[in-house]
Design a protein around this ligand. Structure first.
Ligand code: FAD
Length: 330
């Protein structure tokens, strides 16, 4: 049985790992990823001096299946709780930012996925541009560089909804409407590295929607390099949507000016700063199904957007995708 998984984020790697543990040698699993490595939106930007988790900041675990996975990852040294001081800035006053226990991957946000992905056949820098059936009725993947791979019995597209829509619409995928109805929002991530220690009364700060609606002291997470201070600043969904096509240097300046005006942090001494645009960062309207399937076609799509738009949802959706393939293959 040949299975193709498109996307090496948490949902895709969870699907791969679940299928492999159930099917062993009976399945030949290939993973295709358009970027240079596994991680997706749980990724880490590294420079010579600094590191930034510029996608997911931390995760919570409410579902028992995800809690079990997190507990195992803690035992294996890939995840740790992050009990940093969490504040919410409301009308100029710092309040406690309450929520469940927070976890991060160690020593970087992508480390857990990379550990899970070990041993898999992952082709990176491989963007799947089209899916089609070849003469033997198996799936053919066509890549943007003009190459193709054939012979797949099942395909799992573990990618954000707009990308799934583009890939699956031409196949006649029967559950296309929930994908079309899904809404994903952009986010700008500004990364700032200082060679000095900043004295801040919080390790994460949540604010109302605006240029800087979230600030985390990345260097304060467990297992991170201890010299200097790294800040991760995220713009809010509404502000990002209104500014999505503007030049990134202008947006970076606006985001930093917002932080300086509100919190007095001076960026003149920063040793490093850059901005990244996530087009599909968060989910404002999800599909609200574990994953979307078409048994007759042997196609599934999954991802965080199916189940709430967070790390936990990505894991559970990938798990569900694998369970469907297992039930079809029996
Ligand atoms: P992804 O991680 O997006 O993986 C999909 C993969 O598919 C990507 O690697 C992509 O490159 C690849 N791909 C796409 N199209 C193709 C193609 N055609 N061919 C090949 N490969 C393709 N969640 C939390 O729980 N807590 C947080 O604090 C949090 N903060 C966030 C902050 C930001 C700025 C962002 C961006 C996300 C945040 N999230 C957070 C959300 C969390 O990162 C996601 O829910 C989770 O990582 C999604 O995993 P996934 O596997 O569904 O998708």
């Amino acid at each position: 049985m040949k299975i193709a998984i498109i996307g090496a984020g948490l949902s895709g790697i969870t699907a791969a790992k679940t299928l492999q543990s159930e099917l062993g040698d009976k399945a030949d699993i290939s993973i295709f990823e358009k970027s240079r490595g596994a991680g997706g939106r749980m990724s880490t930007r590294r420079t010579e001096e600094f590191e930034f988790d510029h996608g997911a900041q931390y995760f919570t675990a409410k579902d028992a299946r995800f809690q079990t996975a997190v507990e195992q990852a803690i035992k294996d040294g890939h995840v740790a709780p992050w009990n940093g001081t969490a504040k919410y800035l409301k009308n100029g006053t710092l309040e406690d930012d309450k929520g469940g226990d927070r976890f991060v991957s160690l020593p970087r946000m992508n480390s857990w996925i990379k550990a899970m992905a070990e041993g898999f056949n992952i082709t990176t820098s491989a963007r799947v541009g089209a899916l089609s059936k070849s003469t033997d009725k198996k799936w053919r993947l066509s890549f943007e560089d003009g190459t193709q791979q054939d012979g797949f019995d099942y395909v799992i597209a573990a990618i954000p909804a707009p990308q799934a829509q583009a890939l699956l619409t031409p196949t006649g995928f029967s559950q296309i409407q929930p994908i079309k109805d899904t809404r994903m929002e952009a986010c700008f991530a500004v990364m700032v590295g200082f060679n000095k220690t900043l004295d801040l009364p919080w390790q994460t700060l949540r604010r109302a929607d605006g240029p800087a609606s979230w600030i985390a002291v990345n260097s304060a997470k467990p297992g991170r390099p201890e010299s200097g201070t790294t800040l991760m600043i995220h713009s809010g969904s509404n502000w990002s949507a209104a500014n999505v096509d503007r030049d990134k240097p202008d947006l970076q300046a606006e985001i930093l000016a917002d932080v300086t005006a509100e919190l007095g942090i001076d960026f003149k001494d920063a040793a490093y700063m850059t901005i990244h645009r996530w087009l599909y960062a968060a989910v404002s309207q999800g599909a609200e199904q574990d994953c979307l399937t078409d048994k007759a076609l042997g196609l599934i799509t999954c991802g965080d957007w199916c189940l709430g738009g967070r790390v936990e949802g990505a894991y559970l959706s990938g798990l569900s995708a694998a369970e469907h393939v297992l039930s079809w293959a029996r």
